[in-house]
Design a protein around this ligand. Structure first.
Ligand SMILES: Nc1ncnc2c1ncn2[C@@H]1O[C@H](COP(=O)(O)OP(=O)(O)OP(=O)(O)O)[C@@H](O)[C@H]1O
Length: 489
């Protein structure tokens, strides 16, 4: 039988010498490649080689870099905000952030975590990537071949953060034209929800030229739920605000500035300021509080006006008594002749009207202006003309419905209490403000004590009313009798 022959096995030394000659050839090739070809051509060749070897995939990946050059990338921010709402309960890692100004903790998804989502039946995968600073591999020819970017010749490239969105290539159109715009819209809504409403104090003197503004977070807890007022009127105000918000195109079409004026009037303690805070909290609009008595004149008023921002509420409280407005014939009341040094004495009613209609109209969008007064009858009719103050809201004495709201808010009583019948009867025939009743309801933690005290207060109030100690204007008497809050729009 013939003996079987095996091919000769390479010896270790022959393997070693083959490896050495191959590495020498590669190094020689690399040196020749670098020396013979200019950088642009080298880049072109390498790009094509990479492209050729890259495995083909049916997936498309969109990359949202945190920065677009020096500026932040809005699409990255929008995606990051949106993805907070898609955090998987099974996530292993989450990022927690909170700036000093934030009122709450932000939970964001962490690097390398993947989040699945679907849009109109198209499944997508999101991934947050954070690349640590990397040593530049540039060889001094001005190009970093590892990252495919111009290099500054050594050193470290900065940390790079980006979000990847992966999906099937065939859905590219729907993702880019529908999903991404939807994410931007959604992120704006989320931003709005998180927004901390600010209260700005507009003043025209005491600061730099043209005045200054101070601002604090508006921590007023008033909302439409906590407001004690006629439920129908409350709903009418909410509907009016909602209509105003969605009518941007309508205002443009009819050639009107996108603004709405409200006049809140009624006795002190009926909730005018609380309603303003409730509106601001509802719309998430900042409040600009303008003290007319601190405004030097028309020019200061205009400057202050330019300091207010869009999506804001400009409030002028107690308009009847914060300043005595001269009428439009130019008769300046005595008070204005006592102008403080350095202040413009030419403050006029027409300046204020101009501010509401003229300058106001062409300065910004989505503005609400609110005047409050305890004495509507004292206001110049020009201020009340339709188009200036679009909605007149009468804040009146406490009604039975209002009392139920206060009882729920202050005492957690949502249905009935044996004292309620008597209290409601007393409220019906008394001119008592929500502020007075609110104060009574805070006097003890014991419900029986509080309601007993309220009954005594209301009875005492009756005596005071009978003796005419409580002076109120005729209009409020009328409204109280009819127990109807007025909303004139
Ligand atoms: N309608 C209301 N609903 C709930 N709470 C109210 C209401 N009205 C008054 N209050 C309570 O009374 C306090 C004072 O009310 P608010 O300052 O809103 O009244 P106002 O009408 O603006 O008074 P003024 O005319 O003196 O400025 C509020 O902080 C709130 O606790």
């Amino acid at each position: 039988m013939a003996a079987r022959t095996f091919p000769e096995m390479p010896t270790p030394s022959s393997l070693l010498s083959a490896y050495a000659s191959m590495s020498t050839s590669i190094m020689l090739f690399r040196t020749m490649f670098n020396q013979l070809f200019p950088p642009q051509l080298r880049r072109y060749v390498l790009d094509n080689v990479r492209l050729y070897w890259k495995p083909k995939t049916s997936k498309l990946t969109l990359v949202f870099d945190e920065k677009d050059g020096m500026t932040s990338n809005h699409m990255f921010d929008a995606a990051e905000a949106f993805l907070c709402t898609r955090i998987n309960p099974n996530s292993d890692r989450l990022r927690i952030t909170k700036s000093v100004k934030d009122t709450h903790i932000n939970i964001k998804f962490a690097e390398s975590e993947e989040i699945g989502d679907s849009f109109e039946g198209v499944p997508v995968t999101w991934r947050y990537v954070r690349q640590q600073p990397q040593k530049r591999t540039g060889d001094g020819d001005g190009f970093d071949y590892a990252n495919g970017k111009p290099s500054s010749g050594g050193g470290f490239s900065p940390e790079r953060k980006f979000i990847e969105l992966k999906f099937d290539k065939k859905y590219k159109e729907i993702i880019i034209s529908s999903y991404l715009p939807w994410i931007i819209k959604r992120s704006q809504e989320l931003e709005n929800q998180k927004k901390v409403v600010k209260l700005h104090n507009l003043q025209s003197y005491g600061g730099g030229p043209g005045g200054y503004k101070e601002s604090v977070n508006l921590d007023h807890p008033s909302t439409f739920d906590t407001l004690a007022m006629d439920p129908k009127m409350k709903q009418a105000i909410i509907d009016d605000l909602n209509l105003f918000l969605k009518r941007k195109d309508f205002y443009k079409k009819v050639g009107k500035a996108w603004k709405r004026g409200y006049l809140l009037y009624g006795p002190p303690g009926t909730g005018k300021s609380s309603l303003i805070a409730a509106i601001a909290n509802y719309l998430k609009f900042d409040i600009f509080d303008l003290q007319l008595s601190n405004v030097g004149g028309d020019s200061s008023l205009k400057k202050l006006m330019l300091r207010t921002s869009n999506r804001s509420i400009l409030v002028i409280e107690d308009i009847d008594c914060s300043i005595q407005l001269p009428d439009r014939k130019g008769i300046v009341p005595a008070k204005l002749s006592e102008v403080k040094p350095g202040r413009d004495p030419m403050f006029s009613l027409s300046g204020l009207l101009n501010f509401i209609d003229g300058l106001w109209s062409c300065c910004g969008d989505e503005r609400i202006i609110i005047f409050t007064t305890n004495h509507k009858e004292r206001l110049d009719p020009a201020l009340l003309r339709p188009g200036r103050m679009d909605v007149h809201i009468h804040m009146s004495y406490l009604t039975v419905d209002g009392f139920e709201t206060l009882a729920a808010n202050y005492l957690n009583i949502y249905d009935h209490h044996w004292r309620f019948r008597e209290i409601k009867e007393l409220i019906k025939c008394r001119k008592v403000t929500p502020a007075e009743v609110a104060e009574e309801l805070m006097k003890s933690e014991d419900v029986e004590v509080v309601l007993g005290g309220l009954v005594k207060f209301l009875k005492r109030k009756k005596v005071e009313d009978d003796e005419g100690k409580d002076g109120v204007d005729d209009e409020d008497d009328e409204v109280h009798e009819s127990k109807k809050a007025k909303l004139i729009s």
